[in-house]
Design a protein around this ligand. Structure first.
Ligand SMILES: [Zn+2]
Length: 317
């Protein structure tokens, strides 16, 4: 009697397991099928349904014969290892936390073949196939940002990278140089610096009416939120600027092109994760989930207070 009761219990549990896993698998299949592939799969585009666009320019692995190594000598060709995995992880994690997907644009070509965070001449070095991939990468970001602007009125664009500097901390680029960041807040808040920044639109329109310096290195800045989760970040409240001789990436071609320094209501930010952080497999899941949470919080605090895509769902919701 007890045995058969247990059997029924096990059957019931198996059925429950089946019922709960089937919808998850279906969602996964939709995501996989939802990748729009550029020519030969060099560039990938995943549509989203929230005002967030993430591009991953340097995480690709493909080295096809028809796109030979770029002949340039003094150009950077190193891959930003694991940024592809981390970026796709952030997409899945944001979906898990909010039920919404960010737009994601991926360059699958290795950086020796294409560098889509450069102008076309330096990016592809004259190779026609690389040029075509560069155009597709940029056009996908353009159309994602246009869709976000139309649907939501404003939004955030993130160019995701990894650096190999010896100082192990996350670097955030807003198109403000290391020297400029060394200025006092009063000076940094002058229009002459704000108007060249990739978050120019946010400075003129943010929910808490914060100044530029507060948005860049205050408590509720992206650096401040990430610091709160235990990560060293520059700029942020703890490390407001890099030291005079310390290396720092302030943002490149993509942040300039797709952020709001030239106008528009999509702000831009370059995130550079340090190498140790990216390589540590034991902490990768936590990193991905912390980054996803920080991005959602940043959107919720400064852009869209009550929207459903910034509301983190309770487990099982
Ligand atoms: Zn990079």
């Amino acid at each position: 009697m007890i045995k058969s009761k247990n059997k029924i219990k096990i059957r019931y549990l198996l059925l429950l397991l089946l019922l709960t896993t089937v919808p998850l698998l279906t969602a996964q299949q939709i995501v996989t099928a939802g990748i729009i592939q550029g020519t030969n799969g060099y560039i990938g585009f995943l549509r989203g349904n929230m005002p967030l666009v993430i591009s991953i320019p340097h995480g690709g692995y493909m080295m096809p014969d028809e796109v030979p190594e770029r002949p340039c000598i003094n150009c950077a060709k190193n891959q930003d290892i694991f940024t592809l995995e981390i970026g796709m992880g952030i997409r899945d994690e944001i979906y898990r936390q909010t039920g919404h997907y960010p737009y994601v644009i991926i360059n699958n070509l290795h950086r020796t073949r294409l560098d889509p965070n450069r102008n076309i001449a330096e990016a592809s070095d004259g190779n026609k196939n690389a040029e075509q991939a560069w155009h597709q990468f940029q056009n996908y970001i353009d159309s994602a940002c246009a869709e976000v602007e139309k649907e939501f009125g404003k939004g955030l664009y993130i160019d995701l990278h990894g650096h190999r500097h010896l100082i192990k901390r996350t670097e955030l680029g807003y198109l403000i140089s290391s020297e400029e960041l060394q200025l006092d807040n009063e000076l940094l808040d002058l229009d002459s610096f704000v108007e060249f920044s990739s978050i120019r639109s946010l400075v003129s329109n943010n929910l808490n009416k914060l100044s530029f310096s507060q948005l860049v290195r205050g408590k509720d800045s992206f650096g401040g939120l990430l610091e709160e989760m235990g990560y060293p970040v520059v700029p942020g409240p703890g490390i407001p600027y890099p030291g005079p001789d310390e290396p720092y990436f302030s943002g490149g071609y993509n942040t300039t092109r797709h952020g709001s320094s030239h106008g528009g209501t999509i702000d831009g930010m370059q995130i550079e994760l340090d190498e140790e952080l990216r390589r540590d497999m034991s902490k990768r899941d936590k990193l991905v989930s912390d980054l996803a949470y920080t991005i959602i919080e940043f959107l919720r605090i400064h852009y869209f207070r009550d929207a459903d895509f910034v509301r983190v769902m309770a487990p099982g919701e």
